[in-house]
Design a protein around this ligand. Structure first.
Ligand code: 5GP
Length: 141
């Protein structure tokens, strides 16, 4: 366990409850995937289990098993949608490791040779761009 409690009012819990909007690309009974508002590269999306946990450290292994299968599905779709050379999958646990939102999530980021990543939690992307990128991923699913 990470030691710290899960906060029901974190931003991804609010997205999961539909209290704040997101550009969704995939949803099933256990998992939601949506575009990151501050993408590190075009097509940067987040895969989030619906079950509450702060991060990997306090997650139920059964939830992790379901989530990683969807991470794979979204990584394949993102690579196809953006015709990328590769896909970066990242996951941070606690502030010291770079975590800023305390509901477990996996970053899925298309990468191309020679194109550096933009900063983590950097610049907010235009909503129309996020909407169009979400459509591209959905079309590839
Ligand atoms: P972490 O640092 O916790 O691994 O990543 C949190 C991610 O969530 C960051 O990449 C950040 O850009 C993204 N993010 C923060 N707030 C929001 C939000 O309100 N909506 C969406 N879609 N992404 C967010």
């Amino acid at each position: 366990m990470s030691g710290q409690p899960y906060d029901e009012n974190n931003i991804f819990a609010k997205i999961l409850r539909g209290e704040i909007p997101s550009h969704k690309v995939y949803e099933d009974d256990h998992t939601l995937a949506f575009m990151d508002v501050m993408p590190q590269a075009p097509g940067h999306l987040l895969v989030v289990p619906k079950a509450p946990s702060r991060n990997l450290l306090d997650a139920d292994p059964a939830v992790l098993a379901k989530t990683i299968a969807i991470v794979q599905k979204l990584a394949q779709a993102a690579q196809e949608a953006f015709e990328s050379d590769g896909v970066f999958v990242a996951q941070f646990n606690e502030a010291a490791a770079g975590q800023t939102v305390y509901h477990l999530h996996f970053h899925v980021i298309p990468r191309n040779e020679g194109e550096p990543l933009k900063p983590h939690s950097g610049k907010m992307e235009d909503g129309e761009v996020l909407r169009a990128n979400a459509e591209k991923v959905k079309a590839a699913l």
